[in-house]
Design a protein around this ligand. Sequence first.
Ligand SMILES: [Fe+2]
Length: 165
Amino acid sequence: MVAAERTKTSDGVPEATAWPTISKEHHGIRKLAAALEATLESSDFRAGGDTPPDYVLASKFGALWGLLVVHFAGEEKEAGFFSHLRAALPQRAQRIDALLKEHGEYLREIQDLVAAIALLAEPSERPRFLVRAKVLFRRLREHESRENELAHESAGEQATGLGAK
Ligand SMILES: [Fe+2]
């Protein structure tokens, strides 16, 4: 119990589950993904004009990947956000498992997209790349929204004393 106690803040909430941290990271992820989506939706890119240099796109996708790796690791670690959700919402285990599985899918998809950047010199390759990227950004937004919903649900259960002990 000593280790568990060390992870608690003054109000007794385990640090790794502190909602402001997770929420702030979700905001950063949304912002970075939206900036990347805007770059890919630029009229030049869609019309077959100049694309941003490969290294710029790779660097932006790499930044998103890095942010997600750290964010997902924080959510998944022992006494982290997901273990908090599992304890507070045992009836939502399937939804929590699905969210966890998606983490790996997003990281793999970003790696695949980075690998496909080299193909963008050929304008006919761009629509498919754009669709894949937009699907990824939409899935990420929905994913974080579902996490937000579960966080609010768990907070509501704890406030009303209905959370699992
Ligand atoms: Fe998240």
